[in-house]
Design a protein around this ligand. Structure first.
Ligand SMILES: Cc1cc2nc3c(=O)[nH]c(=O)nc-3n(C[C@H](O)[C@H](O)[C@H](O)COP(=O)(O)OP(=O)(O)OC[C@H]3O[C@@H](n4cnc5c(N)ncnc54)[C@H](O)[C@@H]3O)c2cc1C
Length: 293
């Protein structure tokens, strides 16, 4: 493991001032569950780590005001699991948190660290994409809000500047006849690194059959970047939930995915799995909205 200096400022303002110069040799560390293994494997070799893990007063919270949910960047996956907010319409957040790592990891792994890892197997990115989330990025100079769909621009590449910290993920609770669902497959039952993971936020019209909006998101739509399955979502809009619609959507999904092969699974296998999951999450959401068994 390469050596580095660890800088632990007294408060968030001091941390932002430390980042102000935009020095690329400084890397933010939250709980380190992603970063430390990467340093050990020499995939990255930062010379200075800026530890933000103690700023829980500023950055660890789950708040709801009106229909907007705000998650501080230091919110842990266990915090998500324990929040009653994710029991109903937003149950996909809990489903993803349940399938996340193992208890030791969930207790420390942060929402902000997951989003900023911007890798092709993170659990929370598709979930937050399906919820049309926004990210608050703060710096000594102020703050800006970026839609998550514009945040990740490549594998482990984001639009965040070296002077910025992610402080909050926010999204609106989907209105009316909506439900959410998440599916993930890995090669084992815990500590699962996703071969495919897929999230859906579905809203039906008042007839409880016609799709008003569908937001399907996967970790790899094209290459290794998490994204919304835009063509599939467009196909689903305005159609009635039926076997025919689902079969059509599965075809569109396969045509817009370019899933690559690796030691965890081949591209064609991942594509087939994504199609199966699409059916499952569409049926699960529409059943829950219609309160059907
Ligand atoms: C055994 C094990 C199992 C795992 N299982 C899963 C799993 O099932 N699903 C999954 O999605 N992930 C999993 N992970 C990966 C990791 O736990 C998650 O990505 C976690 O959410 C990262 O959070 P962290 O606080 O540890 O981030 P860190 O490791 O501290 O940081 C990760 C990256 O984000 C940056 N960063 C962190 N916070 C901020 C911030 N607020 N602002 C700006 N940049 C920031 C860091 O610079 C770094 O590049 C696993 C890891 C391990 C070791």
């Amino acid at each position: 493991m390469s050596s580095f200096d660890l800088h632990s400022p007294g408060d968030l303002d001091a941390a932002l001032r430390f980042l102000e110069k935009g020095d690329r040799s400084v890397t933010v560390i939250a709980s380190g569950t992603d970063l430390i293994p990467r340093i050990r494997k020499r995939q990255v070799s930062p010379s200075i780590l800026l530890d933000i893990s103690s700023f829980t007063e500023d950055l660890r919270y789950i708040r709801q005001s009106d229909a907007v949910v705000r998650l501080g960047a230091l919110t842990t996956v266990t915090d998500l699991l324990e929040s009653p907010l994710f029991e109903g319409t937003l149950s996909m957040v809990r489903e993803a948190a349940t399938l996340f790592g193992a208890p030791q990891v969930r207790n420390v792994a942060t929402v902000g660290g997951n989003v900023c890892s911007a890798s092709s197997s993170e659990d929370l990115i598709p979930v937050f994409l399906a919820l049309d989330s926004s990210l608050k990025l703060i710096s000594a100079g102020g703050e800006r809000t970026v839609p998550l769909r514009d945040f990740v621009v490549g594998k482990r590449e984001t639009v965040m500047k070296p002077s910025e910290i992610l402080s909050e993920v926010s999204f609106r609770i989907p209105e009316g006849n909506s439900w959410t669902a998440y599916e993930k497959l890995g090669r084992r039952n815990i500590l699962i690194i996703a071969i495919v993971n897929e999230a859906l936020c579905l809203t039906l019209d008042d007839d409880l059959e016609t799709i008003r909006s569908a937001r399907v998101a996967l970790n790899r739509v094209s290459g290794k970047v998490p994204a919304l399955a835009a063509r599939t979502n467009e196909f689903l809009r305005g159609r009635r939930v039926s076997d025919e619609t689902i079969a059509g959507a599965q075809e569109v999904l396969a045509s817009e995915l370019s899933l690559t092969s690796d030691f965890r699974g081949s591209g064609p296998y991942r594509t087939e799995l994504a199609q199966v999951y699409l059916k499952r999450i569409l049926e699960r959401c529409s059943r829950r909205i219609g309160r059907r068994p």
